[in-house]
Design a protein around this ligand. Sequence first.
Ligand code: ADP
Ligand code: MG
Length: 267
Amino acid sequence: MPQVDPHDTADIALHGITVRYGKAREPVTAVENVSLTAAPGEFVVLVGPSGCGKTTLLRIAAGFVTAAEGTATVRGGAPVPGRATGVVFQQPRLFPWRTAGGNIGFALARHGVPRERRAERTEELLARVGLAGMAGRRTWELSGGQQQRVAIARALAGEPRVLLMDEPFAALDALTRERLQEEVRTLAVTSGTTVLFVTHSAEEAVLLGSRVLVMAANPGRIVAELEVGLERGEETDVAALRGTPAFSRLRGELAAVMREAALTPSG
Ligand code: ADP
Ligand code: MG
């Protein structure tokens, strides 16, 4: 291998990852020989048809599963669940018996934030996701979108430099989804967080990602890559971006690549 490799400086580096599920006789090869990197501050999106291994790759980066072959590093070390990485799933998975603030306080405690500072940190985190003053709300008093906001705030509790998000907006209504997309994009840009984000929406991928990796299934693998190159400043009007010709063109391009990838024969 060459001396200087993007894998060495990346926040997330997967190298030759193969994951198999199931036991001896008929193992399912979920992903085969996948390599990817996300540089510090980069927003990398994984797209592809259902079953192509998107969640599996996120699980690898989160340290929830180990690969049969290959190596995974996050900020230079082996991924450790719950340590330095924030994870957001499709369903918010909050503790239903805790309040919004209680869910976040629990995460803060796990990250070693002393009790006397938790209330203030909880308020700050809720404010960052547009839920200022909602700490006392019970989870059943929150809409789906608000619950997902709490889940994002919880993922930010440990001030992660790396955020892994698995179709976090898939279960939300269109309007809530658009607002959260805009907020997450702004949050990522302003905080410089490295994000690996999974979706099957071309629109979402192009809006959020600085780079999009397109996967095909059977076995799961990366078949194409698209640099997005839309404006990514702190002042960018993310909502307005959707109306630009550059955005429409990229979305169309990606959709075409995704259709082709979905038809790619098994490799
Ligand atoms: P995606 O998130 O792209 O839909 P997944 O990573 O969830 O894909 O799954 C990739 C493949 O691995 C699929 O064929 C799926 O059925 C299989 N798979 C995922 N999780 C498991 C598991 N726990 N046990 C067995 N097979 C699994
Ligand atoms: Mg999945």
